[in-house]
Design a protein around this ligand. Structure first.
Ligand code: 13P
Length: 334
């Protein structure tokens, strides 16, 4: 795979006014979301729900790619059309979550490291054959009075770099995701500092591992007040701090940055993205790769009446895509 082909895929992922829908919940996470709205979590309900999302009419107008879970990339619509074919027919690039989740980092209480490197080369080879063109790996950085340690950050960014290099070798664009978690009572400045040091470590590791930035996408968390902080930063403050932090740490050769929603409300996730895109020149497109902030309203509707609300749930996910697509251009209006 040439760097030109990887770069072409990466640019398509952040095409103007388009973003990514993350529907790569592991079965355990999917069960958590389904439990929250009273849906039984079985292979068939997961398949039916992902079909609802992926076949929402005109989704491709605002969605460039979707991140799938291992089970989902092998599934088909009830009429037997593989999900990957439905996606490609609608101009939506198939992506795949390839990490195996987080595990406690030995010796560092309260900190985790993402696993999944063993056997990754062979898994990536298979995913490419199944139609995947990009792959996601999520690292988790927790903020508390004692964390994060430099060791935790470096262990996670080293794994991200090794996964990213393997992706490029196998023809997949790596979507590198170092998520600084919102939970905690920390303030905006603390989140800024942790995000800055994490991104510095990430780009140093990517460089050390010969990862080509032209064929890489960053999935970033926003610089935001901790969820239980007494002082909640405004939309403008979050947007300005996030943009400043990214400009200070992310090379301009990167084709684009997409954000996770991380537990923000739909409104907050869209408002923050829109505000950043209204803040003047920046070296890369800023778009979205939301999971919850794309899906939660649609899931709730579907749970209330799986047959009667089917079309309304699809319309809802389309509207979330449209609003976030407009926010990726700074053209969204509340
Ligand atoms: P959220 O937008 O719900 O945080 O999910 C995005 C994601 O893919 C996390 O890895």
């Amino acid at each position: 795979m040439s760097i030109e082909q990887l770069a072409e895929t990466a640019l398509a992922m952040v095409a103007p006014g388009k973003g990514i829908i993350a529907i790569d919940e592991s079965n355990a996470t999917c069960k958590k979301r389904f439990d929250g709205v009273g849906i039984e979590c079985t292979e068939e309900t997961r398949r039916a729900y992902r079909e609802l999302l992926l076949t929402a009419p005109k989704l491709g107008d605002y969605i460039s790619g979707a991140i799938l879970f291992d089970e989902t990339i092998r599934q088909s619509t009830k009429d037997g059309v593989p999900f990957t074919k439905v996606m490609m027919d609608n101009g939506i690039l198939p992506g795949i979550k390839v990490d195996k989740g987080t595990f406690p980092l030995a010796g560092f209480p309260g900190e985790v490291v993402t696993e999944g490197l063993d056997g990754l080369r062979a898994r990536l080879e298979e995913y490419y054959k199944l139609g995947a063109r990009f792959a996601k790996w999520r690292a988790v950085i927790n903020i508390s009075d004692e964390t994060p340690s430099g060791t935790c950050i470096d262990a996670n960014t080293h794994a991200l770099a090794r996964y990213a290099a393997l992706c490029q070798e196998q023809g997949l664009v790596p979507m590198v995701e170092p998520e600084v978690i919102m939970d905690g009572s920390h303030d905006l400045d603390t989140c800024y500092d942790v995000t800055e040091v994490t991104l510095r470590s990430l780009f140093a590791s990517l460089h050390e591992h010969n990862v080509m930035l032209e064929g890489t996408i960053l999935k970033a968390s926003m610089v935001i007040s901790g969820t239980t902080s007494a002082e909640q930063a405004s939309v403008e403050e979050v947007a300005a701090a996030t943009l400043h932090c990214l400009k200070a740490t992310v090379p301009a050769t990167l084709p684009g940055i997409v954000f996770l929603s991380g537990g923000q409300s739909d409104l907050a996730a869209t408002s923050h993205l829109n505000a950043m895109n209204q803040m003047g020149p920046k070296p890369w497109p800023l778009s979205f790769s939301y999971g919850r902030a794309m899906q939660q309203a649609a899931l709730k509707l579907w749970a209330q009446d799986m047959v009667g609300n089917y079309a309304a749930a699809q319309q809802t996910v389309y509207e979330r895509a449209r609003d976030n697509g407009l926010a990726a251009l700074g053209e969204w209006k509340a």
